[in-house]
Design a protein around this ligand. Structure first.
Ligand SMILES: Nc1ncnc2c1ncn2[C@@H]1O[C@H](COP(=O)(O)OP(=O)(O)OP(=O)(O)O)[C@@H](O)[C@H]1O
Length: 357
């Protein structure tokens, strides 16, 4: 058992497995608590329901639960939203030859395939009510009957479900069976949005960088400057970690071996439809326009966040001066015609390291 410390938080003890730490990257208190719950519940047979916004890592949680479960069978994932409702039953339960028109062969369903392992039902909130009744029966009896089959087959699997919906609302509105909800929600695990754990972004990017280098040895990956990192931290991340992964992959193509600036982040990496005009609640404007677009931005949006914009310019100038002077603060201060102590103060305020990356 080790102890992680995150600035501004109390000590949180973590009992997470190193294999899970390399899978679910993050050290913020919300993520450490989530990993602790996963470690505790993984070895049991209890049904787990993973809730959280899209792209936040629900499937990754299912993979971690399976990995730490000690179960010898496979992890079988079914996305209930991706399979047309009328095909979902045969996908899950399988069918015998001739069970219906087009059933030319016997088909083993996903539930049977998961025997001895974990069945992961993603987007369970999309499951039709009739099938929910069948799933409930299956969970109670641990037996399935293929469509068109006569015999019952014993199955032993651990159920993990996920949804991005508030399933209690679905229950309240009659779209999801309450009895099934209680049966599958034995252990709820909530995956926080990326905005709730933005402090993990540098760590997640480093992990992505290492993974890419391991996959493609010799590849030059992008280097995010501290200004670029700040711009990433300010973004609202509606697409969560998936969106961050896309940004990293885009950067790897466009800025291989180069320094990525805040301007690159805003203008190229965060695509326009990802770019919110606010950070999703704190009120900070996160998509500052380039200088040449300022007039248009004020005309179109009615305002820009001038204070923030000036801080970004200031940080950019300081980083540039440090870079040109090999990280020497005294020389950088001279280049900017300010006092060394003033520069040190500004660097502290703007979280700029001596050697700006
Ligand atoms: N903590 C994390 N560390 C590293 N990578 C992560 C983390 N969380 C998520 N990812 C990556 O982000 C991507 C999206 O994760 P995942 O598919 O698990 O999300 P999801 O919540 O299941 O999405 P959806 O709601 O669309 O089903 C994947 O590439 C996953 O590997």
């Amino acid at each position: 058992m080790t102890t992680h410390w995150t600035p501004g938080s109390q000590d949180i003890e973590t009992m997470s497995d190193p294999r899970m730490d390399s899978m679910i990257v993050g050290q913020t208190p919300v993520v450490v608590s989530m990993k602790n719950v996963i470690s505790l519940v993984a070895p049991s047979d209890a049904a787990v329901m993973v809730q959280g916004p899209t792209g936040a890592g629900k499937e990754l949680v299912a993979q971690a639960l399976h990995m730490l479960s000690g179960r010898k069978g496979p992890l079988v994932a079914v996305n209930c939203a991706a399979i047309p409702a009328d095909l979902l039953e045969s996908e899950l339960f399988g069918h015998e030859k001739g069970a219906f028109t087009g059933a030319t062969e016997r088909r083993i369903g996903r539930v049977e395939q998961a025997d001895g392992g974990t069945l992961f039902l993603d987007e369970i909130g999309e499951m039709p009510l009739a099938l929910q009744a069948k799933l409930l029966r299956l969970l109670e009896t641990q037996k399935i009957q293929r469509i068109g089959g006569r015999s019952e087959i014993d199955v032993n699997f651990r159920l993990v479900t996920a949804t991005h919906r508030r399933i209690t609302d679905e229950v309240a509105e009659g779209r999801f069976r309450e009895d099934l909800f209680f049966r599958i929600n034995v252990f709820p695990v909530t995956v926080p949005s990326l905005a709730e754990r933005a402090a993990d972004i540098p760590l997640i990017l480093t992990a992505m960088d290492m993974r890419m280098k391991a996959q493609r040895p010799g590849m030059k990956t992008p280097i995010f400057s501290s200004c670029a990192m700040r711009a990433l931290l300010d973004h609202s991340w509606p697409g969560n970690v998936r969106e961050l992964r896309n940004v990293f992959e885009r950067a790897a193509v466009l800025f291989s071996g180069q320094t990525v600036t805040a301007e690159h982040v805003r203008a190229v990496l965060l695509t326009p439809d990802m770019n919110g005009s606010t950070d999703g609640g704190t009120g900070a404007i996160v998509d500052q326009p380039a200088v040449t677009d300022l007039r248009e931005a004020i005309e179109a949006e009615g305002s820009i966040n001038m204070r923030r914009y000036l801080l970004e310019i200031e940080a950019g100038l300081i980083e540039m001066a440090l870079e040109l002077n090999d990280g020497c603060v005294a020389h950088a201060a001279r280049a900017l015609r300010i006092k060394r102590t003033t520069l040190i103060e500004k660097m502290k305020k703007l979280s700029i390291n001596r050697l700006a990356a």
